[in-house]
Design a protein around this ligand. Structure first.
Ligand code: FMN
Length: 324
């Protein structure tokens, strides 16, 4: 079965964004932001409990560099709702590298294998790895082959590969997502070298059409920034990618469900600003998008009630329909 997912993105793929996207597609796999193992083990802010309230296929992405910590984590996650637990071996930010996790782990496949072993101690939830095609000067097929060869022996059957190398010094995370060139050929080579494993391709994918085409070559496709920039395109995911019957839904209908869901979190003290953050791009490249964002800002600044958004989006959609 092919897999189609929205990538983990810090400050973006939080519970609210995921709830919006789950209303948009019931089948798409959604990732949490990367959460450090420590944050889950100490769980000061009930973070794990909140993330675990996910609906549909959801993956918990963790940052971890210590097998002992991983073993403790394995106990905490054992009865959780997640489809997979994913180990981040691709993040190149300074903070992450100082913590000795993320992309630097590509240089330490034996340690990664130990972490994977420990993560499986108390749980049967499958563990997966998200990584890059290389790191710094380790930028060739042999290096990636060696990383997969060592780690997959610990019962890893699925990898997500961001098809760019990571540069650990001198580039910001943003630059690390744009400057190193995409190299899908290397992912294809690795896929052909490990026929028993599943590989999801990630990096620079900007439409459902392109995703569908790539699913003919790879076992999975993961989309990151585009799913944040244009969430509404994903309304066709279940029909275009998963072959479900297309059910027409308007943005107004989805927003109504989203606002109903958010009542619970408003009562728990989540701010309207936080609730509406995933809604800003709902009218991506449509007439009325600027006005919509202004009105969202009015809600965020308590100048308008949240409920008024329904009337506003309904008006915009009616005008869009008339113009079509
Ligand atoms: C704002 C932002 C935050 C990200 N945070 C994470 C993260 O927490 N964990 C991770 O593995 N990758 C993270 N990424 C990388 C994405 O998961 C993805 O690999 C990358 O954006 C390439 O895919 P794209 O070209 O479809 O955006 C982040 C990307 C962005 C734009």
């Amino acid at each position: 079965m092919h897999e189609f997912s929205i990538a983990p993105m810090m400050d973006r793929t939080d519970l609210h964004y995921r709830n919006l996207m789950r209303l948009i597609s019931k089948n798409i796999i959604l990732y949490t932001e990367m959460i450090h193992a420590n944050a889950i083990l100490h769980d000061k802010f009930n973070r794990f409990k909140i993330e675990n309230e996910c609906k549909g296929p959801t993956v918990l992405q963790i940052g971890c560099s210590d097998p002992q910590q991983a073993s403790k984590l394995s106990k905490v996650i054992k009865n959780s709702n997640f489809k997979y637990i994913n180990l981040n071996c691709g993040c190149p930010s300074d903070k992450v590298i100082k913590g000795d996790f993320g992309a630097i782990l590509m240089k330490k496949p034996i340690l990664v294998a130990e972490i994977i072993d420990a993560l499986q101690e108390h749980t049967n939830i499958p563990i997966t790895i998200k990584t890059r095609i290389g790191v710094d000067n380790f930028d060739n097929e042999e290096f990636l082959y060696n990383f997969i060869n060592i780690t997959h022996k610990k019962n890893i059957s699925s990898y997500i590969i961001h098809a760019r190398k990571a540069i650990l010094k001198g580039l910001t995370p943003h630059e690390n997502r744009t400057i190193p060139p995409l190299n899908y050929e290397r992912v294809k080579y690795i896929k052909n070298s490990f026929k028993q494993l599943k590989f999801t391709i990630n990096g620079g994918i900007n439409s459902l059409k392109e995703s569908k085409k790539l699913l003919k070559t790879y076992d999975g496709v993961m989309v990151g920034r585009y799913a944040w920039d244009n969430p509404w395109e994903f309304i066709k995911t279940d029909s275009v990618i998963f072959g479900d019957k297309y059910v027409e839904q308007t943005r107004t209908e989805i927003l109504e469900k989203y606002l109903n869901y958010s009542q619970k979190y408003l009562k728990l003290g989540h701010s309207p600003r936080r609730i509406i953050k995933p809604l800003f791009n709902l009218l991506y490249s449509c007439d009325g998008s600027r006005y919509w964002k202004q009105e969202l800002n009015n809600v965020a600044n308590n100048k308008k009630p949240l409920e008024e958004l329904l009337k506003i989006i309904d008006n915009i959609e009616s005008k869009l329909e008339l113009a079509a």
